[in-house]
Each structure stands twice: as C-alpha cells, then as structure tokens.
Design a protein around this ligand. Sequence first.
Ligand code: HEC
Ligand code: HEC
Ligand code: HEC
Ligand code: HEC
Length: 372
Amino acid sequence: MKISYLSAFALSLTLMACTDTNAPTAKGPVADIAAGKVIAERDCKACHGLNGKGIAPAIPNLAAQRAHYLYNSLKEYKNGQRSHAALKNMATNMSEADLRNVAAYFAGLPPIANTAGDVKHSSPYEQGKVAAAACAQCHGEDGNSKTPGTPSLAGQQPHYLVAAIQEYHQGDRAKGAMSNLREADKLELESLALYFAAQKPVKRAAPSFGDPVAGEPTTALCGGCHGAKGVSADAATPSLAGQDAEYLVKATKAYRTTRKNWGMQRYISGLSDKDIDNIAAYYATQEPKAADEVPTSTQELAAKCDRCHDQDASPTMAAPKMRGQDKDYLVMSLRAYRDGKRDSSTMHTMSFPYSNAIIESLASWYASQPAK
Ligand code: HEC
Ligand code: HEC
Ligand code: HEC
Ligand code: HEC
C-alpha cells in the first residue's frame, strides 16, 4: 500500500543512518561484564532491575538491548542530548570503562519474557471502525452520506476531520445534528478520522440546483487551498470534491454567520448566494479522491521500522531493539522525537507526522511482541 504518512521514509531511509560509526568495534576495549554488574547493582537496580526489566511503566527494559546503543544512550544523557536528571548525574560520574561495562552487563542478559496478554494491541483503523458505528446513520456506513445536508466523511483529510469535530465541541461551529455526540478523547477522534479517511469516496450525481459550469471560474479563489478540482492535498484543509451539494452551500454560508474561521470568512464574503450554489454544484460533481492513503495495519507500518529496528539485523545497527519493550516508554519516546524533545534526526523525520493514535498502535504492537 502507498502510505503518504510515510513518504518521509523514502527520503530518510539512507541505510547510512542505520549503522553506527561510533559503535565499539571488535578492535575496541573489551568490556568487563562482572565490573558492569557491580555498577548495575549499586546504581541501576532500583529502576531497571538486576535482570534489566524496568520496574515501573515508562522505565525501559535494558536486558538484551544492543550494547553500543546502551552505551551511546548513556553518553547522550551525559552530554545533554537526552535529558534525564538522575541519568545525567550518574553517567557524568562514570568513566568510559564504567559506561562500556554496565552497557555490556545489561546487553548480555537474557531478554525479558513478556507475559502473553500484557499489552493489548489493536490498530487505530480497527478502533475507528468500531467507533464509526455511531456515525453511520447520518454519515453513511462507509462515510459516504446519502442524506442531503449531511457531509460525506469518506476519504476526507484525517487532520481536518479531527479539527472539525473539535470545532463543534469548542463552539467554533454550531453543533446542530452533531450536538448529541459525546465528547471523545483525542485518541478516539484520531482513530475515527483515520478510519473515515481510508474509506473510498464515491462520485455524486449533479444536484438539482446550481450550474457547475458557471461555478468553475469562481473556484479560482478556492483552489489554492482546497486543491485542483476540490481535491485537497493539505492535511488541514478539507477536500470539497464529491461532497454533498446542500451541505457545501450550508457550510459556506455558515462562515458568514456561525462558523469561526478567519481564512474562510475572508474568501466567501464577496460571494452571492447564486455564486455559492454554482460553486457547490461544481465541487459536488467533481471526481473525489481519498486523502493520501492512511495506514490500516500496524504490521505494515512496523515493517518499515524493522528496516533499522529488526531484532535480527546486524548488531552494529544504531537503532535499539523494540520488541517486548515497555509500551509507555515507547509511546513517550516516539512523542519526544515527534515533538522535538528528543534529538535524533533519523527518528524525528520518522515520527514527525504521526498522530497519537498511530504512535499508540505502533507502541502497543512492539510491546506485545516477544522480546528476543
Ligand atoms: C531513578 C530511576 C533510574 C535509575 C536509578 C536509572 N535509570 Fe536508566 N532510565 C530511567 C528512565 C525513567 C529512563 C527513560 C528516560 C528517557 O525518557 O530518556 C531510563 C533510560 C535509560 C537508558 C536508555 C534506554 C533506551 O532504551 O533508550 C539507559 C541506557 C539507561 N537508562 C541506563 C541506566 C543505567 C546504566 C543505570 C545505572 C547506572 C540507570 N539507567 C539508572 C530510570 C532510571
Ligand atoms: C444525527 C446525525 C449525525 C450523527 C449521528 C453524526 N453526525 Fe457528524 N454531522 C452531521 C451533520 C448534519 C453535519 C453538518 C453540520 C454542519 O452543518 O456544520 C455533521 C458534520 C460532521 C463533521 C464535519 C465534516 C466537514 O466536512 O466539515 C464531522 C467531521 C463529523 N460530522 C463527524 C462525525 C462523527 C465522527 C460521528 C460519529 C462519532 C458523527 N459525525 C455523527 C450529522 C451527524
Ligand atoms: C486560505 C485558504 C482557503 C481558501 C482560499 C478557501 N478556503 Fe475554504 N476552507 C479552508 C479551511 C482551512 C477550511 C476548514 C475551516 C474550518 O475548520 O471550519 C475550509 C472550509 C471550507 C468549507 C467547509 C467544508 C466542510 O467540509 O465543512 C467550504 C464549503 C469551503 N471551505 C469552501 C470554500 C470556497 C467555496 C472557497 C473559494 C470561494 C474557499 N473555501 C476558499 C481554507 C480555504
Ligand atoms: C533509518 C533507520 C530507522 C528507522 C527506519 C526507524 N528508526 Fe527508530 N531509531 C533509529 C535510531 C538510529 C534510533 C536511536 C536514536 C537515538 O539515539 O535517540 C531510534 C530510536 C527509536 C526509539 C527509541 C527507543 C528507545 O529505546 O529509546 C523508538 C521508540 C523508535 N526508534 C521507534 C521507531 C518506529 C516506531 C519506527 C517506524 C515507524 C522507526 N523507529 C523507524 C533508527 C530508525
């Protein structure tokens, strides 16, 4: 499947980024595992266990992790590239040999066996599908609305869908039919949005009002944001192609009155009611196209990550092993890369466009896999 969320991969997937030139080589100093164990017992056990299992959620497992990754991480805490006060302190007081030895100790431990059912995994698509049952009576089973005045959601930009629902909740849009919806958390909204965005939008027949041919020239005003023929390429701007015509009229006029959106208010202020009918007829009859495809299975996504993170990949890979890692820790790390709080050019590019729903699903997937 083509996954645009992941187009960043294509650019950043230089395998050079995967191998680590700072890794201790066979020629480097040999680590003293027994000396490492002494340090672990004294300084690390309280949080990472002597067996390398994080003692609480969000503390990473260290057992069987790649030695040079552990070593590099400790250096990063030391020099401030990663921030954690206690680790910075400890690492600062450790010699090069100490760092190497303690890394070797944890790396040499057997992997932590995760108990089946420790972490439940389900993809945002599956969660969204379940939640979408509450929307079907109005927006259609697959997000293609057959009710005049009710918008289709199929193929719509997922970021836009989340923002639109929040606007109803916040009162930036009059709620109308949407007022009976209970408030959903962000994760659930994102899952719903990913589900609808992945549905195929269907082409519509011409509406009984408006003149598409007369509408077309006026849409020159709109195409810069809403895309050629109403197919938006921008995550925050809705596609209009194939949308229900009555809804388009109602929504456009609502920017004159109840809908708050500075950009849109400016652009529609000069339009007459007749212009709006014609524009609606034009957009409604254009060929709709789904937002760049969104990932529907976590395994598909994870396959991309495994190019660098695979357990069986070369031990000189710079990327850490993730299977069986603590789920909360994985969520936290991915958000940290995305939000610019943890420095790694490779991982930042990778996690930048990810919604919380995708991060949650990737983290739960990896955490639920047996560690090796
Ligand atoms: C007070 C609790 C605590 C102690 C003690 C502690 N750690 Fe940690 N350690 C953490 C936490 C929490 C994190 C995750 C921090 C973050 O988000 O970067 C972490 C992360 C790490 C990481 C990064 C792992 C990864 O997957 O990126 C390494 C390596 C590590 N610790 C090694 C050690 C070593 C070696 C010691 C003993 C010298 C030690 N830690 C002592 C709590 C602790
Ligand atoms: C009772 C019918 C009804 C139900 C149930 C309903 N909606 Fe709506 N929805 C509407 C109508 C009507 C509008 C247009 C409101 C307006 O004019 O702003 C709308 C608007 C929206 C929009 C804005 C679309 C756009 O293009 O701006 C989104 C997103 C949305 N609904 C999502 C949902 C989701 C998700 C659910 C289920 C959790 C749901 N709706 C349930 C009737 C409904
Ligand atoms: C500067 C960028 C921009 C321009 C130009 C623009 N729009 Fe929009 N439009 C947006 C954004 C952003 C939204 C989402 C606003 C919101 O969240 O309510 C939107 C929303 C809409 C909606 C609501 C769609 C829905 O699904 O609810 C309609 C209809 C619409 N625009 C029509 C038009 C028309 C017609 C024009 C040209 C006359 C136009 N827009 C020009 C950015 C733009
Ligand atoms: C091009 C290679 C590459 C790809 C592809 C890649 N990563 Fe990474 N990843 C790395 C490197 C290198 C690090 C270590 C960076 C650092 O030191 O902070 C890392 C670190 C991480 C960490 C931190 C783990 C820890 O123990 O602290 C997580 C979580 C992570 N990646 C998840 C992912 C996910 C999920 C994907 C797929 C969407 C992915 N990575 C794809 C190279 C990659």
